[in-house]
Ligand binder design. Structure first.
Ligand code: NAD
Length: 646
């Protein structure tokens, strides 16, 4: 083993959930009595809450911490600390609040307690970056190393997913560069690998569920490890570049790291092959830069510097600036030299690094980099919504294939299934709608698009048997088309969601017969039956008679039926009547009313049943002939957002 030196900082670390409750004890433990609480303005509420918890131990709150620790803010904070006779500082927040605490400590030697709420890792370092007149300088001084870190996982739950992602990538950058630092040692390499591994596993979980405490816990622990790396060894090209660009163009800190990191790693791979292998292994990838690209992609969108932040940077101006301040890296660093930008694009220095790395990306695809390549190929899509939809589709489709490790046979069976589903479609049969219905997708789309206000009738699936050309019939008409069955009498009222009746609304109705077949499924029927179109009268009423529909199986003699059988599912739907109701100024309502006595209400093959849509169809035999009835009041949701369908 190579000889090495390792300095372990004397910082006390408390880690867990609810640990902020231990703050008062920690203040007393430092023999302090008057803590000045520090935060950014948006996190003033958290600082105030801590002050309330501390009671007499709190001297005051200073909530003006800002990114990159501007020296004028520090001067005001130091003055306040002195005026309040504070004997320690307590910083709650990300690197900005921590940085302010460190800057105060530099001037006053006050001990610091930090409660981190991002993954920046600054709390674990003796490093302080400060800005004055647009120029950022960094110093290392034992005076700024915080005495106590209280990691409370609960404080990170509010960090929005996208911010968690870039903050996590910012932290990963510390661990990545620790692995090829010239002064690295076995301890930091061990810590760095573990930190990258924990982040790679926890960050995607946070994007899916920001409140996942286990993932939050892993990410916060990893953030501490990354901070330890940053503290223990020298950073290289990536940090220098982010530092230079960030200071020069006032770029957001974490986002800049997140954008540059995969490019910097790609560029530096030839200089530190062993470190790159370690990084790839920790990421579960075959290649370090590809693994970081993929991770950034998985964390929602690839982090980008917002356009407005780049708009003033012509390539000439940027080159001039950068050539005045070249990227200087430690002589013994295992980093490739990088002196000036060469791209004419203004999106980030990553473009230059990438080009300089000379690593063609449109080839040599494997399971780790193909998703990124496909998503990159969508870059020129003009329609922003199409791009969003296709990017998500590609990501989820690839994740699905990876998740189940699909075999060739399974994939070709899936393609055959979809082909036959398409071939089954005709003007009378829509197998794709059945597929969407039976997989619950139709109801999911419906639920997302029809969030109903109170008083509006709930929606459900359209189903495959709607016929737009159904005849318009008068109030009270018999729509049975002569088909035999138990008589049904329907009385409906169409209202606005506030209860006002709606005249002249168009009401399409359609239903199955007492064997469960719609007219369009019966080859021997010469005309449409059990369907019609009505117009509501001045009181919003419509009425018709027909026959009682029965529960029925959805068409199951095609690929969808095969699928249901293979899954051990039945194809039945409970008995119902369909309604499609349109009125000017209102969202068109597509719904069913289900017979409360029907079987399959709790296992509808298309997941369409909602409690509010189940109604009694009571029996009435006063006329001597048994007849069923249905009375229902329909409520329509006002436009303007949705377009009417009919
Ligand atoms: P930040 O501290 O500026 O936080 C960004 C924003 O997020 C702020 O408005 C903050 O109030 C808010 N925020 C923080 N935690 C939140 C939470 N849990 N819920 C909701 N909102 C929350 O940003 P940062 O990326 O954590 O830190 C960046 C700063 O830290 C930079 O100045 C950088 O130079 C410095 N830094 C220093 C070191 C070091 O060792 N000296 C290391 C890393 C970063």
């Amino acid at each position: 083993m190579q000889p090495f030196a390792y300095n372990a900082p004397a910082t006390r670390v408390i880690f867990g959930s609810g640990t902020r409750a231990r703050l008062a004890d920690e203040v007393r433990r430092l023999s302090c009595r008057r803590a000045l609480l520090l935060s950014t303005a948006p996190q003033r509420g958290e600082a105030d809450a801590l002050a309330a918890d501390l009671g007499a131990l709190a001297a005051g709150v200073f909530a003006e911490a800002a990114m990159h620790t501007p020296v004028d803010v520090t001067a005001r904070a130091v003055a306040q600390a002195r005026a309040l006779d504070a004997d320690c500082v307590v910083a709650i927040g990300g690197g900005s609040a921590t940085g302010l605490g460190k800057a105060i400590a530099l001037h006053t030697d006050l001990p610091q307690i930090v409660l981190p709420t991002t993954y920046a890792g600054s709390e674990a370092t003796a490093i302080l970056g400060q800005t004055e007149g647009g120029r950022k300088t960094t110093l290392r001084n034992a005076k700024v190393q915080p005495e106590v870190i209280i990691y409370d996982v609960d404080l990170t739950l509010t960090l929005p997913p996208q911010q968690s992602a870039v903050s996590g990538l910012n932290a990963i950058a510390h661990a990545v560069e620790a692995l090829y630092a010239h002064d690295r040692n076995p301890v930091t390499s061990l810590i760095a690998g573990e930190a990258i591994r924990r982040f790679a596993q926890s960050l995607p979980k946070l994007m899916a569920a920001a409140g996942d405490r286990d993932a939050r816990s892993d990410a916060l622990y990893a953030a501490w490890l990354c901070g330890c790396c940053l503290n223990a060894v020298s950073m290289g090209l990536h940090h220098k570049l982010c530092h230079t660009l960030g200071g020069m163009f006032d770029l957001p800190h974490a986002e800049t790291h997140a954008v540059i990191l995969p490019h910097a790693v790609a560029y530096n791979t030839p200089a530190a092959a062993d470190a790159m292998q370690h990084i790839a292994l920790a990421l579960g990838a075959t290649d370090a830069s590809a693994g970081l690209f993929d991770l950034a992609h998985r964390l929602a969108r690839r982090p980008r510097l917002p356009r407005w932040e780049c708009k003033h940077r012509t390539s000439t101006a940027r080159r001039r600036l950068l050539s005045k301040r070249p990227i200087q890296i430690h002589g013994r660093s295992r980093c490739r030299r990088f002196e000036r930008c060469s791209t004419t694009r203004c999106t980030a220095c990553g473009q230059c690094l990438h080009r300089a790395a000379g690593r063609p990306r449109m080839r040599d695809f494997d399971e780790h980099n193909i998703t990124r390549a496909v998503i990159d190929s969508l870059a020129q899509t003009g329609d922003a919504r199409l791009k969003t939809v296709m990017t998500s589709l590609v990501r989820h489709l690839h994740d699905f294939v990876r998740d189940v490790e699909i075999s060739f046979e399974e994939w070709s069976a899936a393609i055959d299934f979809l082909t036959r589903t398409g071939q089954m479609c005709s003007d009378k049969r829509q197998e794709f709608i059945l597929l969407s219905d039976t997989l619950g997708v139709s109801m999911l789309v419906d639920a997302i698009n029809h969030r109903m206000p109170e008083g509006a009738t709930e929606t459900t699936v359209l189903g495959p048997f709607f016929v737009a050309a159904a005849p318009e019939l008068p109030f009270g008409a018999d729509i049975s088309g002569g088909i035999e069955g138990e008589k049904l009498s329907v009385n409906g009222v169409v209202c606005a969601s506030d209860g006002r009746p709606l005249a002249e609304a168009t009401v399409h109705v359609w239903h199955a017969d007492d064997d469960g077949y719609y007219d369009v499924q019966q080859a021997d029927l010469q005309s449409l039956a059990m369907r019609a179109r009505f117009r509501t009268d001045r009181d919003g009423r419509f009425a018709f008679t027909s026959i009682m529909p029965a529960f029925y199986p959805i068409p199951h003699d095609g690929p969808v039926g095969e699928m249901l059988e293979a899954l051990g599912r039945h194809p039945y739907r409970p008995a119902h009547v369909h309604f499609m109701i349109a009125a000017e100024g209102y969202e068109t309502l597509i719904t069913h009313i289900f017979d409360a006595e029907s079987p399959y209400l709790d296992s509808d093959a298309v997941f369409g049943v909602k409690n509010s849509l189940i109604a009694p169809f009571p029996r009435d035999d006063r006329s001597g002939k048994v007849q069923r009835g249905l009375s229902y009041r329909f409520g329509l949701k006002p436009l303007p957002n949705a377009a009417q369908l009919v």
